[in-house]
Design a protein around this ligand. Structure first.
Ligand SMILES: Cc1ncc(COP(=O)(O)O)c(C=O)c1O
Length: 341
């Protein structure tokens, strides 16, 4: 059996979510976010905060970034993030193309942007548009997680400079499971203006949720969503997924499982002498594997280099990863290493 450690989008859908979608397939229901399922999801998100929030349901991660960032931009401005951040590195320039904004990048510190890096970028802005948004991913693309303290430091600095702070929460469930804190503590108490809750990588069929916390951003969310062609009609099938996702904290349980498997993988890789490149604070483990071993492993495992030059492999776990899969991977590495000794 081929095991996929290259991505967390290949695992399929949680049974509870698939069953909820099937159960929603009864009779007629209003579309375009006017169905009861959408109302329930919005209510659940609101219940996580003690201030009013605005919520938008969006089909995928790239699109939700565009919508959220649209509410904070007016074209003639820059967004600052690290050079590994998904909006800068992995979306074919979608944000710049759709919004006409400039994305300025800085090098990361274990995947993270820091106040020091933002200050330096401001001082070397030249003829770039002024920076209006600080953006990052939680968890980061290197599998690390910002603590609430780190986020608050960024927000305090950014707000003093009249900038918004946004995080792409494609893997925010993994970060919450790692930090063992609430959404309110991570977002409202730190000063985040808008963020997303990912579903795609953690057991949903499709979908992400944009959440706007700063009331300045509420006004035109619906208009931008329509204008950017980010709506769809049969929203009950989207929203019923998220009802099941949040019910009984399935989203956190899925993420916790993925994180535990990543920790287990890290521990077993260390035991056989492989280097762990970044702290494991979500569902990603980065290790170094030389090409001959990498190639031999790809006969039975789907793997990808995140840095071919440095031979760094990104190993992703997901809500369905088993200990047996990890054990078989470690055994395969041991066997192949022995054969080559
Ligand atoms: C941090 C992050 N943001 C956004 C996305 C984009 O998601 P989608 O492929 O659904 O557009 C991804 C996908 O890998 C991601 O890892």
């Amino acid at each position: 059996m081929i095991v996929d450690f290259s991505s967390d989008t290949t695992a399929g859908v949680s049974d509870e979510i698939m069953n909820a979608v099937v159960a929603a397939n009864k009779g007629c229901e209003l579309g375009y976010f006017k169905d009861e399922h959408t109302k329930n999801v919005k209510k659940w998100v609101q219940s996580q905060f003690t201030v009013p929030v605005e919520v938008a349901l969006i089909s995928n991660g790239t699109a939700v970034n565009i919508l959220a960032l649209r509410t904070m931009t007016n074209g003639v401005c820059s967004i600052i993030c690290t050079d590994t951040t998904h909006i800068a590195h992995s979306e074919m320039g979608a944000t710049e193309h759709s919004l006409g904004t400039k994305i300025l990048t800085v090098s990361d510190e274990f995947g993270k942007i820091t106040v020091g890096k933002i200050k330096k970028a401001i001082s070397t802005l030249g003829h770039n548009p002024p920076i209006k948004i600080v953006a990052f991913s939680q968890a980061t693309e290197l599998g690390t997680t910002y603590t609430p303290k780190e986020i608050k430091r960024i927000c305090d600095f950014a707000h003093a400079k009249n900038m918004f702070v946004y995080f792409d929460g494609a893997r925010v469930a993994n970060s919450l499971a790692y930090l063992k804190c609430s959404l309110k503590e991570l977002v409202q108490d730190t000063g985040i203006d808008a963020f997303t809750i990912g579903g795609n990588k953690n057991g949903c069929m499709f979908g992400e949720i944009a959440v706007f916390v700063n009331p300045e951003l509420f006004k035109d969310v619906e208009k931008y969503q329509k204008q950017l062609a980010l709506t769809f009609s049969k929203t009950r099938f989207f929203a019923s997924q998220f009802e099941a996702y949040f019910k009984g904290d399935l989203w956190l349980k899925n993420a916790q499982h993925a994180n535990q498997m990543a920790k287990y993988l890290e521990q077993e890789l260390k035991k056989i002498g492989l280097e762990i490149v970044y702290p494991v604070e979500s569902n990603m483990v980065f290790t170094k594997i030389e090409y001959p071993l990498f190639k031999a492993l790809t006969k039975n495992y789907i793997l990808s280099y995140s840095n071919k030059v440095k031979k760094i492999v990104r190993l992703m776990t997901n809500f369905k990863t088993t200990r047996e899969e990890v054990d078989s991977f470690i055994k395969a590495i041991k066997t192949l290493k022995k054969e080559n000794d």
